[in-house]
Ligand binder design. Sequence first.
Ligand code: NAD
Ligand code: IPM
Ligand code: MN
Length: 363
Amino acid sequence: MKARIACLPGDGIGPEVLREARRVLEVIGGEHNHEFEFVEADIGAIAIERHGEPFPKSTQEVCLTSTAVFLGAVGDPKYDSRPPAEKPERGLLDLRRLLGNYANLRPVTVLEALVDSSPLRRDTVRGVDLLIVRELLGGIYFGLPRGIEDGNAFNTEIYSRDEVRRVARAAFKLARHRRRQVTSVDKANVLETSVLWRETCTEVAKQFPDVSFQNMYVDNCAMQLIAKPQQFDVILTNNMFGDILSDEASMLAGSLGLLPSASIGGKIGLYEPVHGSAPDIAGKGIANPLGAISSAAMLLEHSLELSREATKLERAIVKVLSRGYRTPDLKSRTGREKSKERIVSTKEMGELICDYIRMPDAT
Ligand code: NAD
Ligand code: IPM
Ligand code: MN
């Protein structure tokens, strides 16, 4: 098949991890005779430097004429003192809105090879396989009015019934391909937006009688994720809570650097690792590229409908990790697996995945 993939490396470790993920896609394309065309464009701090804005028209054009958009990360401490509207992160929010991707899928899977990379006990995390479905285009991220006036700062959390309904439906449909269990997470004991969220999700749940459903408060959910993470299948939540809970949940798997995401709902899917530009490790060649590489698997699955290739890529990740290869963030926290561990760079990790995909018996 033919596909045009917009690559937006962005800032910090964004270009480092995206380079490896793109290489993996090239190898998969080559092995299976697909014609993947990659078009690079600027977003974030690099775009502010080169074009004077974080999401220039030229980048919008590239995205809108592609089959899928693949992003590294945005953000640079240089802009820490700027108002939100002038930060590199604004570019990413505008991109999500332009593409209309209201459902952000953030799977968290604990691989057997990595049970000792989590700071939690192996019995607590073993077998965890959950999916956070985060509403991506609404809530306090986009609500108006917002601003700072006369020494007061304000943001608006706002949701319409339609906005909640569409992401809830997406979550229930996804649950049907999993363990058929949805937990909606909100703060309905305090916030009106959460009352509407809860009412709407409970209503949608009635249309999916084959899927079990429960509501949970977000503070409890934050605790349950650490105490009994195996109880969760699909977690459905709003923009802000989803952002926070997904970083928390990443430590079940072992590192934030592992987590992929897919943003769907619009015509063109957006794929990005969950982590940010990690200025503390940028330029050192030690960033974990597996979150970006797993996002490539999600791109194959959701935008290109190449399930076989996506599965092959996921298997390659499992294989390489089972053989003990680790970026430094994945170092074992118990002595148990230490002797098997082989610490590799970002680039070496990318190459190991490519090597495995090229093996004749890789399926
Ligand atoms: P971050 O996700 O960049 O980093 C948090 C911690 O995790 C750091 O210690 C970092 O070294 C580590 N980490 C992250 N990704 C890693 C990887 N692949 N391999 C190994 N370690 C990894 O969050 P932050 O430091 O709070 O934010 C830095 C910048 O990134 C900010 O400007 C923020 O707004 C931005 N950000 C962007 C995105 C995005 O582009 N989607 C997401 C989150 C944060
Ligand atoms: C994420 C990031 C973004 C968000 C920021 C950079 C705008 O934290 O993708 O998780 O809050 O959505
Ligand atoms: Mn985040």
